[in-house]
Design a protein around this ligand. Sequence first.
Ligand code: SF4
Length: 164
Amino acid sequence: MTGGSNGMIPAGDLDAAQRLRRTIQHTLGRSLHIRHLDAGSCNGCDSEIAALLNPYHDIQRLGIDFVASPRHADLLLVTGTMTRNLEQAAKRTYEAMPEPRLVVATGACAISGGVFAGAYAGRDGIGEVLPVDVRIPGCPPRPEALIHGLLVAVGRLAPFDPAA
Ligand code: SF4
């Protein structure tokens, strides 16, 4: 199967989850490894991310795994407004990731600071510290929105070339 001009598998009759599974195969040729970073959230977004791993959403069936080390990660999934205490850790986490690497801002706080925008202890979104590839809106975003956001993010990678 070939990808669309944006790298994503065309919709056809597939739902977003199956498109994500096939897009991961097409672009990486293996599973997608995600490092989750809480940069100062209320844990609402983190709860929705945890729901991705429950038996209903079961995103491991799509070829997605959460990893503890950024050195094993393709994608950095960041929740929460970027608190100043987390800035250096976030930069070091990003720099430890192998290229190509993706950064996804998850939820209103990560996108713009959300309800914490303008606060003295944080930034107005993670984009002030990290290069953001995809933003997933919501407070918090539902698991379905997270799956769609991951689909958009993985679609930005060049297709997997087994001869390379
Ligand atoms: S976007 Fe909403 S749910 Fe997510 S960390 Fe911010 S306040 Fe919490």
